[in-house]
Design a protein around this ligand. Structure first.
Ligand code: NAP
Length: 306
């Protein structure tokens, strides 16, 4: 294949598949087509494609258990992917390098008055020990994003939505909650019990909203800044489970065992800079309840139906 206008690495994952609906003309790349850990292959592919826009969604992503069990693998794989891509793009700079970071890479804790966190705090302290390796590799990619190539670095909060990783080890809380509550409803189980206290605070946004932000930024061009992509409202894990139960029509009880880790108590990010840089964000953001409704519908039609 010759030149590619828009290249999406990590294009076969949850976010990549969601983005495909908004950028159908882009080339969505998976690891089978190009393993980003292979520096020579990456250099050759970028020299051949010379993309105008590169959207980097690729990452070795995993749940807490996998991150804690194989930290070196997460560090080395993600660093190699980032370094190989940066080295190749330095030779053939695109007009816009759009980098996907994550609120997981923020410091484990900041002072109370610093929440929600602004982008200036990104490397103001060590990341959470539960995903430190992944976070450090992403922070390295962020430094690379500022290396003379026109860029936009996005720092999204947790994602959910149609096409999410349901029932897998990689599932975030909301996908896991939808899966477990729906199964309980269908089976008529009277109780669904989750680990932890349910008190931890999180922001979840629809992957489709983030995909629309990416498409809008491709249109507008590089902002040369780092932008949180998160909702203003912060909810406890318990509130989110209750919303899922209500929307699913589950009549049983949702409870938290108090056992097991809660993870970080909070890591909420401030979306003010995004709102200023991309005024369209105000009309893009989907209310949480509507997002849960759409995700449940997709789950019933695609996952439960299987
Ligand atoms: P995902 O579903 O796990 O997809 C990961 C993607 O990375 C896949 O396309 C995968 O390709 C690709 N990849 C992994 N190893 C690779 C390698 N060695 N070479 C080339 N490609 C490789 O993740 P996602 O949820 O879509 O996340 C996309 C991005 O958003 C990631 O950078 C993630 O850190 C960030 N993010 C996600 C969330 C979230 O809640 N999901 C929140 C914040 C930030 P194959 O499948 O073909 O192997």
């Amino acid at each position: 294949m010759g030149r590619t206008d828009i290249l999406v690495t990590g294009g076969t994952g949850f976010l990549g598949r969601t983005l495909a609906a908004h950028l159908p003309e882009a080339h969505f790349l998976g690891s089978a087509e190009l393993d980003l850990r292979d520096g020579a292959a990456v250099a050759e592919a970028i020299a051949r494609w010379r993309p105008r826009v590169v959207i980097d969604l690729a990452a070795r992503v995993g749940g807490i258990t996998a991150n804690m069990a194989q930290p070196a693998d997460f560090l080395v794989d993600n660093l190699r992917m980032a370094a190989n891509l940066m080295a190749a793009l330095r030779e053939h700079p695109p007009e816009h390098f759009l980098v996907m970071l994550s609120t997981c890479i923020y410091p484990n804790e900041v002072a109370d008055e610093q929440y929600p966190m602004s982008e200036d705090l990104l490397d103001a302290g060590p990341p959470p020990p539960t995903n430190a390796a992944y976070a450090l590799a992403k922070r390295a990619l962020w430094q690379g994003a500022q290396y003379g190539i026109p860029y936009t670095a996005l720092v999204p909060s947790n994602l959910f939505g149609p096409g999410d990783h349901f029932g897998s080890e990689q599932a975030h809380f909301l996908a896991a909650a939808i899966d477990r509550i729906e199964r309980a409803r269908v089976a008529g189980d009277p109780v669904v019990e989750f680990f932890g206290t349910g008190r931890a605070l999180r922001q979840f946004i629809l992957a489709d909203d983030l995909a629309r932000v990416v498409a809008a930024l491709v249109e507008r061009g590089p902002r040369n800044e780092t932008l949180n992509v998160a909702c203003r409202e912060v909810r406890s894990i318990r509130q989110m489970a209750e919303t899922v139960a209500e929307q699913a029509g589950y009549q049983g009880e949702v409870c938290f065992s108090g056992k097991g880790p809660d993870g970080q108590y909070r890591k909420d990010a401030d979306p003010s800079r995004l709102a200023a840089s991309l005024p369209a964000w105000a009309s893009i953001e989907t209310p949480f309840e509507e997002g849960v409704r759409r995700t449940l519908e997709w789950y019933r039609n695609h996952v439960a139906a299987r």
